[in-house]
Design a binder for this molecule. Structure first.
Ligand SMILES: Cc1cc2nc3c(=O)[nH]c(=O)nc-3n(C[C@H](O)[C@H](O)[C@H](O)COP(=O)(O)OP(=O)(O)OC[C@H]3O[C@@H](n4cnc5c(N)ncnc54)[C@H](O)[C@@H]3O)c2cc1C
Ligand code: SF4
Ligand code: SF4
Ligand code: SF4
Length: 390
């Protein structure tokens, strides 16, 4: 029984959630990513997994983005702990205030991101921050369905393939379901992260926290920060960190990410959130954007309803889709280095090369932080004055 082509399987886990006989388990497969494995003794050949697999579905084929904004959360602490402008948190808080629940990716004890349901605001911090590793969707789609059937408002947040998977799993519209899909660059495997941590310190068991978007010194030139049980910390500019660099250039991404069908403006969420890369302010109220600014795409009436409810908690400015696409490659095309190099990369990986060695070999001239960065930043901060006087 083949569910879909191996190369386009996103590991979304919809098939495992939908199988009526629990014949499908997600197990480690190619390049240490998770793939479905069918136990033929349990399979009754109903065909449901293949029929509902999002990789087999026809994609949406027209842009459904209605409105575009640049924004950030007025709460400084939440903004600092979030990857972009901290907009996710406000939406999640509003849903919980309405006796709802929120599904998103948290770190587990061994730092493997996993989707879970959060029911109170005090625990929302667990979902904060981008974890640049594939999250395990475990039983989340069936848990979401249970909550929807009980009449709860549910906010689901995740990558576009996970959002598509949820829609496909549910098979019908629910008025009480709200979806956030992230602008998505792709995901490395958990094993790649473990290998990197081992190179820094003996094992992942010694980690107490990982922040991939530690806004120090800035949001746009941030660091990777890993805290260990002995009180030490590893802090490096993302451009100096081998794991982040390989992710950023695209070598370490899952095969499906390098040919992703969601890197466009045909969105599966009511709202899409991302970083507003390339943003320059149009007014003085937006001049502090360098502490983190979110891109918000509103893609449905539900999305508009959500935004109307949170606007008061945001510093917000309307923008245009052209401007948003200009700065964000993940809205245009997947990240994919030349195929031959990618194949060689994975052979080296399977042969046990360290993440540092892989980075040195495949990205010999990494991105360098500009010397007069502070001057560039100052110019961008006050560009609105020039724009106004023109
Ligand atoms: C793997 C990945 C790739 C991304 N690529 C891009 C990109 O190329 N361009 C861009 O503009 N933005 C990208 N983003 C989105 C961006 O990093 C922020 O997540 C987004 O802007 C929301 O930020 P925030 O400040 O509102 O909230 P935050 O608190 O930073 O966001 C938290 C949300 O991210 C979700 N999340 C965190 N890690 C994962 C994960 N591994 N899998 C699924 N969901 C997760 C949580 O469930 C939560 O809903 C990516 C995010 C992820 C997770
Ligand atoms: S449903 Fe998801 S995990 Fe299952 S085969 Fe399809 S893409 Fe892969
Ligand atoms: S065909 Fe049906 S029973 Fe078999 S693995 Fe797929 S969903 Fe499960
Ligand atoms: S790049 Fe595409 S396939 Fe990969 S995680 Fe993101 S949405 Fe899924």
């Amino acid at each position: 029984m083949k569910i879909c082509d191996y190369s386009v399987c996103t590991g979304c886990g919809a098939c495992a959630n939908i199988c009526p006989t629990q014949a499908i388990k997600m197990t480690i497969g190619l390049h240490d990513f998770i793939y479905p494995h069918i136990n033929n003794e349990l399979c009754c050949n109903c065909g449901l997994c293949s029929a509902r697999c999002p990789a087999n579905a026809k994609p949406i084929n027209s842009c459904n983005v209605n409105k575009v904004y640049a924004a950030w959360n007025k709460n400084k602490q939440v903004r600092a702990n979030s990857s972009s402008g901290g907009v996710f948190n406000i939406i999640a808080e509003k849903i919980i205030s309405d006796f709802g629940v929120v599904a998103g990716a948290k770190w587990t004890n061994n730092f493997h991101p996993e989707h879970c349901l959060i029911e109170n605001k005090e625990k929302l911090f667990l979902l904060n921050g981008s974890k640049y590793v594939q999250s395990d969707t475990a039983n989340i789609y069936s848990e979401v369905k249970d909550a929807l059937k009980k009449g709860k408002n549910v906010l689901f947040s995740g990558t576009p393939c996970q959002n598509h998977a949820l829609k496909s799993y549910l098979g019908k519209e629910y008025n009480n379901l709200y979806q956030i899909d992230l602008v998505c660059h792709g995901v490395p495997s958990y094993d790649m992260l473990c290998r990197h941590i081992c190179e820094i310190k003996s094992s992942i068991n010694k980690v107490v926290d990982i922040k991939f978007r530690y806004k120090n010194p800035y949001w746009d030139y941030c660091s990777v920060k890993i805290d260990f049980t002995d009180g030490s910390s590893y802090v490096k500019y993302t451009s100096d960190d081998s794991y982040f660099t390989l992710f950023n250039i695209g070598y370490s991404l899952r095969d499906s990410c390098r040919q992703c069908k969601y890197t466009n403006t045909y969105r599966y969420g009511d709202i899409t959130l991302g970083d507003y890369w390339g943003y320059s302010p149009n007014s003085s109220k937006m001049r502090d954007f360098q502490k983190g600014i979110s891109l918000i795409l509103v893609n449905s009436l539900k999305g508009e309803e959500i935004l109307d409810r949170i606007k008061g908690d945001l510093i917000i400015e309307p923008s245009t889709l052209n401007q948003a696409i200009k700065g964000n490659r993940s809205l245009k095309m997947p990240f994919s280095p030349p195929e031959g190099e990618v194949n060689e990369f994975w052979i080296d990986y399977e042969n046990g090369m360290t993440v540092d060695e892989l980075c040195k070999k495949y990205v010999p001239t990494p991105y360098v932080v500009p010397k007069l960065l502070w001057l560039r930043r100052l110019k961008r901060k006050y560009k609105w004055v020039i724009k106004k006087s023109e």
